[in-house]
Design a protein around this ligand. Structure first.
Ligand code: MN
Length: 287
């Protein structure tokens, strides 16, 4: 018999300033056994360019992956691997920092709303110093599955009804879905027992487990208990949310801003290397 996941806890995102002065909503940014391997989820959403134009100028990352999903608007990026490009509306950038990358992420001025998300996934100690890599996923390469005419799921990473998302072979075996549900609909999705899972609601409202009649809405982060599937229901209103799951790593976490390792010593080493110019372990492109 399948075991539908209960809700462990729900928290509202909080307004936070990050980067050079970007106003965003932080759904979470902490080490929690029910969120492992994920460390942070930020939501960008503003119709005022002053909230985001300062951007995230040159900064390092080590030991994690960052997943940026833009729903509306554009973010220019450049990095120490020599990559430069624009994450356009509907695109995803899956960046594995591994041993280290230095990059900048600069939102461009948009008419109307700028909407996007950045998720941080931790890497296990065995992969923290792996070679850095980027996967740029274009909007058109993200498949959409429609279930019973009522539920539309964009699959960034993971699989539904045999349809696989474009991002594969990720260390913590994550799933990243963008789910839109019409009113009076139901979505059931299997998430293997032992994985951690959460939903972040960014439009509308719904019931996120049949074990409670409570309704959760925009800006709520729903963190699940263990089980082997989730069931979400809507009544009078539609809902749209990110549904994310992954295998917990279960290691100690030492967190120094954009660098996440296992020990404080590794954090000190990383910052010392950043200061003395030996941070980057990958080949540098010649100018
Ligand atoms: Mn970054």
């Amino acid at each position: 018999m399948s075991h539908i996941r209960d809700i462990h806890h729900v928290q509202k995102s909080r307004v936070t300033m990050e980067g050079a002065g970007v106003r965003l909503k932080r759904a979470f940014g902490e080490v929690h056994p029910k969120l492992d391997p994920f460390l942070l989820l930020d939501a960008f959403g503003s119709d005022n360019p002053e909230d985001y134009l300062a951007g995230f100028p040159w900064h390092p990352h080590r030991g994690i992956e960052t997943i940026t999903y833009m729903l509306k608007g554009r973010v220019k990026h450049e990095d120490s691997l020599g990559n430069a490009g624009v994450i356009e509306t509907g695109d995803v950038q899956w960046m594995t920092a591994g041993s280290g990358i230095v990059h900048q992420e600069m939102p461009e001025k948009a008419k109307g709303m700028m909407v996007g998300f950045q998720l941080w996934a931790n890497l296990p100690s065995s992969h923290k110093m792996m070679g850095p890599r980027y996967r740029d996923v274009k909007k058109d390469d993200i498949p959409t599955v429609i279930i019973n005419k009522n539920v539309e799921v964009k699959i960034v990473c993971g699989e539904i009804d045999g349809v696989k998302g474009p991002v594969q072979d990720i260390i913590t075996d994550p799933e990243y879905l963008d789910v839109s549900m019409k009113p009076n609909s139901k979505f059931t999705h299997s998430i293997t027992y032992g994985k951690n899972a959460f939903a972040y609601i960014f439009e509308g409202e719904g019931m996120f487990s049949p074990k409670t009649t409570k309704i959760f809405s925009k800006d709520d982060l729903v963190v699940y208990e263990d089980g082997d599937e989730v069931e979400i229901l809507t009544s009078d209103n539609p809902v749209r949310f990110l549904l994310v799951s992954g295998k917990p790593i279960g290691e100690s976490v030492a967190w120094g801003g954009p660098i996440v390792m296992n020990t404080d010593e590794e954090i000190r080493t990383a910052f010392a290397e950043y200061r003395n110019g030996t941070f980057l372990k990958h080949e540098q492109k010649e100018d």
